[in-house]
Design a protein around this ligand. Structure first.
Ligand SMILES: *Cc1c(COP(=O)(O)O)cnc(C)c1O
Length: 393
């Protein structure tokens, strides 16, 4: 195995953040209270008038700020190495609020070809209505991105991408974006701040689908964006209150709980994920394994570990639906990042090109994505082996 083992950068940071937080919680509680309230009342009319006139600040209504949600935002900003963060009720909530805060009618976005499917659909089906154009480039090719950047408003990256696991040289691309006056955004859901901290490498805004590893228990849908005070303030001013995709206090509490075990969970996903990837790579029915461990792209330089999501392409001899249906431990489903192992075939054969970037940009219909959970790794391998054998019939 040609990989460094998990290093605990992120662990130290989250432990420090957790300790700082413990001291702040009422009654020395180890975990924060859940402020399950929609509103906060004023002391009197003058208090209300001062707040509305901007002379003083206080909590008003949980569609804006709520203390439990703010605690999650504070911890995530610390983990990302950012000045500020804003949480949302889904990863798409964070993506929509971020993109719409920086892009206006007639603007142009530069993104990667294999960008997350619902981000692609938002660009194609919603933003096109506002005359926003999108250039899909090969994100692995710095020159291709450089050629597309002049005159663009936003550079939207995802490294590694979450179907074919392509890497981008995020430090170089962030610098190019800055030179061109383009705001850079990176979807870091795959790596999490434990394995990659794009803000430190010059990316302006980092988005996480917290529904995946941050929550980590397949029980929460949430998202978050981190960045400078100035960039987050723009999101707060232009989109956050009006799109209304705010995170609930209880889900913020679940996410805070998730952060406490994030590095430990990721080291397990990494160990089992790499083990299964290696075995698949040596299987005669497997053409190729798409896992960043096999890449020697420069973009690997900012990655300090591997999570448990990757894909592989099967030989023509394998019937993909028969293989998927023969699996007994892996369950068939979208999403990822929880304790259970999942399988999902690339959607290319199932959706129209207008609605699917994977079909449009040539992802093979023989591509199958796996999420490796916490089940016994040898049992997972036996499951894959028997399903490949059955898929051959
Ligand atoms: C799931 C996902 C999202 C969207 O998150 P939701 O919480 O489902 O809205 C964004 N990016 C990536 C890479 C994802 O996997």
């Amino acid at each position: 195995m040609n990989t460094p083992f998990p290093h605990f950068d992120g662990h130290e940071m989250s432990a420090a953040a957790a300790i700082a937080a413990v001291e702040a919680y009422p009654a020395n509680a180890a975990t924060p209270p859940i402020f399950q309230t929609s509103l906060f009342t004023f002391d009197n009319f003058a208090d209300m008038a001062d707040v509305y006139a901007g002379r003083s600040h206080r909590l008003i209504y949980s569609r804006g700020d709520n203390p439990t949600v703010m605690e999650f935002e504070r911890l995530m900003a610390a983990l990302d190495g950012a000045e500020a963060a804003r949480a949302f009720s889904s990863g798409m909530g964070a993506i929509a609020a971020t993109v719409l805060a920086f892009v206006s009618a007639g603007d142009r976005i530069v993104t990667i070809r294999h960008v997350y499917s619902d981000a692609y659909r938002m660009f194609e089906l919603l933003l096109s209505e506002f005359n926003v154009t999108v250039d899909y480039v090969d994100g692995a090719d710095v020159d291709a991105v450089a050629a597309a950047l002049p005159g663009a408003r936003l550079l939207y990256l995802e490294s590694p991408s979450s179907m074919v696991f392509e890497l981008q040289d995020i430090a170089a691309l962030a610098q190019l974006a800055r030179e061109n006056g383009v705001v850079s955004v990176l979807d870091n859901s795959w790596a999490t701040p434990v394995f990659q901290k794009p803000i430190i490498h010059g990316v302006d805004l980092v988005i996480h689908a917290a529904s995946k590893y941050l929550g980590g228990h397949s029980d929460t849908v949430a998202g978050i964006v981190s960045g400078s005070m100035e960039h987050i303030a723009r999101i707060n001013r232009r989109t956050f209150p009006y799109l209304g995709a705010k995170l609930s206090p209880f889900e913020a509490w679940l996410l805070i709980r998730g952060l406490r075990t994030l590095p430990l969970r990721l080291s397990h996903h990494m160990k089992s994920g790499v083990s299964i990837a290696e075995r698949l790579k040596n299987h005669p029915d497997v053409r190729r394994v798409f896992h960043p461990i096999y890449s020697n792209h420069r973009g690997k330089g900012t990655l300090h570990g591997y999570s448990g999501l990757f894909s592989f392409e099967v030989d023509d001899a394998i019937n993909v639906p028969a293989f998927v249906d023969a699996l007994r431990v892996f369950r068939l489903g979208v999403s990822w990042g929880g304790p259970e192992s999942l399988v999902v075939p690339a959607l290319a054969p199932l959706q129209l090109p207008e609605a699917n970037s994977f079909a449009r940009f040539g992802v093979s219909a023989r591509l199958i994505r796996l999420h490796i959970g916490f089940e016994d790794v040898d049992g997972l391998w036996r499951d894959l082996e028997q399903a490949l054998a059955q898929g051959r019939l």
